[in-house]
Structures are given as C-alpha cells and as structure tokens.
Design a binder for this molecule. Structure first.
Ligand SMILES: [Zn+2]
Ligand SMILES: [Zn+2]
Length: 251
C-alpha cells in the first residue's frame, strides 16, 4: 500500500509520507509509537526495510529537498533505467527531444531555469516540427506529473523528482557545468554560489552551515560569503529527524 502510493504519485512530501505511514499502520493494526521521535524511527525502519526489498528491482525511495523552498520530498527512483527511457512511455519521441533541449538550455543558466516563452522557443531547434500549442501542453503535463515546476514568475525548472532521477545523467551530459553542493555533495542546480571560488551550496545546506557561525565565510576558500543566510523556516520545511537515518541507506 505504501509502495503503491509512491508508484502512483512518484513524489510525496514528508508530511504526506508520515500520513501515509499512519494510515498503513492503522490498516494493518500495527501499533504506532505515542511520541513523535518514536514514530519517526518506526517510519525510518519501515522505509529502510522497503528499500531493502525493492533493491533487486532497481528501485529505491530517496529523499530530496526542493531547491527553492527546501520542502522535503521522498521519491521512488528507478536506479537502473535512464530516466529518459522511463519517460518514453508517457511522452513522444519529439517531446523527449524538446525535454533534452530544455535540459541543455537550463544548464547554461546560473539558476537552472528559463522563462516559458524561451522554453516554447526551443521548438524552433527541433528537427521534427512541433506547434507551440503542443509544446505548451507538453510543458503543462511535465509540471502536472511533477517532472518540472513553474515559478510564480512563470519560469520553468526541474522538480525535486527530476533532480533525484536525473542526477547521474546531468553529471554525465554536462560535466563542465553540473555542480555539486560543497556541503552535501549532491547535485546543486539552484543555490548560493561563492563569489570567489564559485562553489555552490543548497539553501538548506547554507542554513545548516551558517546558522551557528558568527563569521560567514566560504567553507571552501574562507573568503567572505556574500549572501544572506537563508531563513530557518524556508530551509527546513517538512523536514524531520528520521530523514538523516534514511539518508544512510537510500542514497
Ligand atoms: Zn547541499
Ligand atoms: Zn569560496
């Protein structure tokens, strides 16, 4: 039931995961710890067990954070197929070509996002033509299926689901521009960049690193960090203790 929900939704925020776990326990009459920390530990153990069981099928439940508001998400990730191969059941060949152009285009920007108009203009570079209406519908579907997200300003960028799934692909396709966060070593597309040595930090990693430090200097080159420290609320929304435990086995 837990896994089915993930298969259906792909990406679930941590609050949704906690609710789902509670429902599963009730359904199968499993006792749930009375305190929050105990419940978190139960959930962590549960997900670790699931990951152990689905590993032979090249699946794993992986944790990630939204790079903008740092909401914590869990995603069922296929560790074997290329994500592009997997998308091919839902999208046409030409749509996937457009997605590759989109990927190439955002990787050339500082914040890994492009405006909707720019995204639609990419159709001009397709070998096989696609109308702007079709492209518009394609992007809308990608947003609906949580592969892309659209900001309030209309900019399109990769969702947490895409980043978790596409991480190896992006590193292999764009080794020059794909950057890792200096703190957590995961792919970092949108975050803070050191003005001096150009290392990147996720907003939630920057918060965790700087919040208890008096002087704000780059963790790599020790020069002054020219960005404000992201707020605690925005950098840990939806986060809870058990995620750290989950990290060790699922990533
Ligand atoms: Zn990080
Ligand atoms: Zn630096």
């Amino acid at each position: 039931m837990f896994l089915q929900y993930f298969m259906l939704h792909g990406l679930v925020d941590s609050k949704g995961v906690r609710n789902l776990f509670k429902t599963c326990c009730e359904r199968y009459s499993q006792p749930l710890s009375s305190d929050e920390a105990g419940r978190m530990q139960q959930l962590a153990n549960f997900v670790i067990t699931i990951n152990r069981n689905i590993r032979p099928f090249h699946l794993t439940i992986r944790k990630g954070f939204d790079e903008d508001d740092s909401t914590c998400f869990y995603c069922l990730v296929n560790t074997c197929d290329s994500p592009i191969t997997r998308l091919s059941s839902d999208y046409t060949v030409n749509e996937l070509e457009l997605f590759k152009l989109f990927l190439g285009s955002i990787m050339m920007t500082d914040d890994a996002a492009i405006g909707s108009v720019e995204a639609l203009n990419l159709t001009a570079s397709l070998e096989k033509s696609m109308s702007r209406d079709d492209a518009q519908r394609f992007y809308e579907r990608m947003v609906k299926n949580k592969w892309l997200k659209k900001s309030s300003r209309g900019e399109l960028s990769l969702s947490t689901r895409s980043i978790l799934e596409l991480d190896p692909l992006i590193h292999s396709m764009y080794p020059e521009v794909a950057r890792q966060c200096n703190i957590c070593s995961r792919l970092c597309l949108r975050g803070q960049t050191c003005n001096n040595c150009q290392i990147k930090l996720h907003l939630y990693c920057a918060n965790r690193y700087f919040k208890n430090r008096e002087s704000h200097t780059c963790p790599n080159c020790s020069q002054e960090w020219h960005h404000s420290v992201p707020s605690r609320e925005s950098s840990r929304r939806g986060e809870s203790n058990f995620n750290t435990t989950l990290d060790d086995t699922s990533v």
